[in-house]
Write a protein that binds this ligand. Sequence first.
Ligand SMILES: Nc1ncnc2c1ncn2[C@@H]1O[C@H](COP(=O)(O)OP(=O)(O)O)[C@@H](O)[C@H]1O
Ligand SMILES: [Mg+2]
Length: 437
Amino acid sequence: MTKHNVLIIGSGGREHALTWAVSKSPHVDKIFCAPGNAGMDLIASLVALDINNQETVHRFIEENKIKLTIIGPEAPLVEGLADFLRSKNHLVVGPNRAAAQLEGSKIFAKNFMAKHGIPTAPFRTFDDPAKAKEFARSTEGARFLVLKADGLAAGKGVIVASTPDEIVDGIEQMMEKKVFGSAGERILLEEKMNGPEISVLALTDGETVLPFPASQDHKRVFDADKGPNTGGMGAYAPTPFYDDAIRKEVEKNVIQNFLAGLKADGLDYRGIIYFGLMATFQGVRVLEFNVRMGDPETQVVLPLVQSDIFEAFLAVAEGRLKEVQFDLKKDAACTIVLASGGYPGDFKKGFPISGLENANKLKNVVVFHAGTKKIDDGIVTSGGRVLAVTGLGKTLEKAVLQAYQGVKKIEFQNAHYRRDIAARALNNPAIYEKIRA
Ligand SMILES: Nc1ncnc2c1ncn2[C@@H]1O[C@H](COP(=O)(O)OP(=O)(O)O)[C@@H](O)[C@H]1O
Ligand SMILES: [Mg+2]
C-alpha cells in the first residue's frame, strides 16, 4: 500500500482533531503540523513554518514529499494559500481565494445567497455611515436589528440588538471609530430571526456535497447562554433539531442552490463548506457560510465518521468526491471546552495541566488540545480555549456523560467550562444536576 505524507495548517482543537482523524488512516505515513500544539506533538511532527509565507509553505511541501495539505483556519484561505499551492500542482483541502470570500466578506456571501435562491434573512448593505444610520432609524429599518461588519472580525463583528439605538451605536463603532479596522468599513443590516441554530459541515469538491452529522455549537461563555461570545464552549452531534423535514429542505434549497451557484459564478471549491443555519418558523435560513471546519464542531463530527477520512479529503482535493463511500457512525458525540478563567477577556497562561492521560484512558473519551504548550516537565495552558474533551456513546445522553467524566479527570488553575452542553437537546435537567455535583 502506498503511504502518503500530510501537512495540516493550524494549531487549535480543530486541527488536533483533524490530525487525530487523519492519523487513523492506513494510507498515511508522516503527518506534519504547522505550527501545531502540544496535543498534535504526540501524534505528528510540529514544524515552525511561517504559514503567512506561501513560498515557505510550498518549499516545505516539496522537501517533505507532502501528498495532501489540509488548511484548518479561514485566514490563509482568504489570503489565497490554496490558490498558490494549486498553482504549483499540489493537492489541497480548502477553497481558493475567490470562493473563500463566502466567509471573508459577509456582503459577498449575502449577495451570493440572494442571487442563487439560498434562503437567508433580508438585508441591506452600506458603505456610508450616515445612510446606514438613517435606514436604521427609519420605520422599515426597525426590523433590521442585526449589524454585521463585512470582513473577518474573529467572531466579534456581529451585533444582535433589541433597539435601533443599539444599531446606530454599533454603526458608529464599526464605520466611524473603525474598531475592527477595514473589516467594518462596509456593513450589513439584517432582519432579526429566531430559532435554533444548526451547523451543517460538509465535504465538497464543487460537484458533490457530503455532509457530516449536523451539530450545535454553544457560543456564550457561561451556562444558559449568558456572558459574552467566545470561539465556542462546546458542541454535540447529531442534533435532534435537524430532523428529516429540515434535512430535506436544506438539501433542496441550500445545498443544491449552493452547488449551482458555485458553477454559475465559476468558483473553484474543493474543501469544507460550513452552513450556519437557523430553523425559523418561516423555514430554514442560512446565517452564514464558513469555508473551513468549525471549532469545536470538528471535535464532534470527525469522531462520528466511519470511513477513512484521509481518502475522503484526498478525493475532495482531486475533485472526485462522487466516487467516495462516506459512512457515518450511528453514535453521538459531545465535546466540552476547558477554557482559561477570564476568557474571552483577559486571562493568565502557563498553568500546569494534570490528568490528561487519565482522561484519555477512559473508554470513549478523546482529549483534543487547543491552547496548550509543552515545557520541560509537562504541559501548560497557553491560550483562551485550552482543551476540548470529547465523549462518544450510543446515545447523546451517554456521550454527554462520558465527556464530563473526561473533564472531571483534568485540572489546571482557573479552569472554566460550561455544565450545560447539549442540555436543550436532551431536555433532562437531572443529568446536569449530576454533572454539577
Ligand atoms: N439575522 C439574524 N437574526 C438573529 N440572529 C442572528 C442573525 N444573524 C446572526 N445572528 C446571531 O449572531 C451570531 C453570529 O453571526 P454570524 O453571521 O454567524 O457571524 P460570525 O460567526 O462571523 O460572528 C449567529 O450565530 C446568531 O446567533
Ligand atoms: Mg457564526
